[in-house]
Design a protein around this ligand. Structure first.
Ligand code: UD1
Length: 327
């Protein structure tokens, strides 16, 4: 299939390009490279030995995006283009709503105009709010705690309503849990700007000696050891979930969790990282972080039942691959 990957130079986008190329698809990337160095896509080509078609386009720019739709006979769109620093969305809400919603609407509008029937959207477990665990796709959503989370809820709504009004249009809303790790080659991975806010990139910087020690945000949660529990998923497993989605989509709206179904606490992840890589990660216990929920993990039954997709890589794989890339 000819697949347009909007935001294909980003962390999850670039790994998905690898998985799509390896599955034999033609990949056309539209990315403004605002979050990324251009070299990433060359590395994707090196890993796969296949070519990517690249357009330097901000997908909130309708005319520039339309030129890409007009040029290729697209069969599917995967939409990763958006802002994603959760904390930053509290200080720049308008930028988050504008980018994340306008990009969704421009891509959806052009899909309908050019008869592109498959749309895969990059959503987040953030849409569940502080629901009961495990999170199941059929749960009513609770208010998201940040403009970032709300922008995902709203994009889901826009796409679901549009698909309901447009028979034949297929939409997959993929709710990611916590993507970590990197491609096994060590060539592409996660490169947060400045001091990382997410746990795994913070751990790798402490391991490198760039940061002194990890602050564990709270050890008084009702969890196995008092620290926050999350469902960490290897970014290549997540990437393969997108290939399954784009290939198996049928008309209508389909919501899928992409997680492992297993919860891991902050301290369990620190120990797994130390064991997998044979090094120490100094840490200290600090106060809870505002807006954090105690625990979050996925019910993954649906993706397994409908697509036969399930995560394959272990926590040790995630830790080894994250470290190989960071090193
Ligand atoms: C965060 C976002 C979430 C987004 C996800 C995608 C917040 C509040 N939530 O999830 O909306 O979908 O990233 O990647 O930002 N921790 C520490 N010390 C640190 C960093 C994190 O103890 O320096 C803990 C956190 O308290 C949490 C766990 O590690 O328990 C994971 O944190 P993080 O990697 O930031 O992800 P989430 O908060 O789950």
């Amino acid at each position: 299939m000819n697949i347009l990957v909007a935001g294909g130079a980003g962390y999850i986008g670039s790994h998905t390009c690898v998985a799509l190329l390896e599955a034999g698809h033609t990949v056309i990337v539209a990315d403004d490279l605002s979050q990324r160095k251009s070299g990433t896509l060359e590395l994707v080509q090196r890993i796969t030995g296949r070519k990517i078609i690249f357009h330097l386009v901000d997908v909130t720019d309708e005319a520039a995006t339309e030129a890409v739709f007009a040029k290729y006979d697209l069969e599917g769109v995967i939409h990763f283009a958006g802002l994603k620093v959760v904390g930053e969305s509290l200080t720049k809400p308008l930028a988050y709503y504008y980018n994340n919603l306008v990009s969704t609407m421009v891509l959806a509008k052009l899909c309908l105009k050019y008869g592109v029937e498959r749309f895969v959207f990059s959503s987040s477990a953030a849409v569940y709010g502080a629901n009961q665990i495990p999170f199941v796709e059929s749960m009513p959503l609770l208010p998201a705690t940040t403009p970032y989370g709300e922008s995902k809820v709203m994009s889901e709504r826009i796409l679901a309503d549009t698909a309901q009004a447009e028979p034949g249009w297929s939409v997959a809303l993929l709710r990611y849990f916590n993507p970590v790790g990197a491609h096994e080659s060590g060539l592409i991975g996660e490169t947060p700007a400045g001091i990382p806010t997410n746990l795994m990139p913070y751990i790798t910087q402490v391991a490198k000696g760039k940061l002194d020690k990890l602050q564990v945000f709270g050890d008084d949660y009702p969890t196995v050891d008092g620290t926050g529990v999350r469902d960490y998923i290897h970014v290549m497993d997540l990437a393969e979930g997108h290939v399954a989605a784009v290939e198996k989509l049928t008309p209508g709206v389909h919501v899928y969790n992409l997680g492992t179904g297993r919860g891991t606490s902050v301290l369990q992840l620190v120990r797994a990282f130390e064991e997998a890589n044979g090094l120490r990660v100094p840490y200290e216990i600090g106060p809870r972080r505002l807006g954090d929920i105690p625990a979050c993990y996925a019910d993954t039954t649906k993706a397994q039942r409908d697509w036969g997709w399930t995560s394959k890589r272990t926590l040790a794989d995630m830790c080894r691959d994250a470290w190989r890339f960071a090193r």
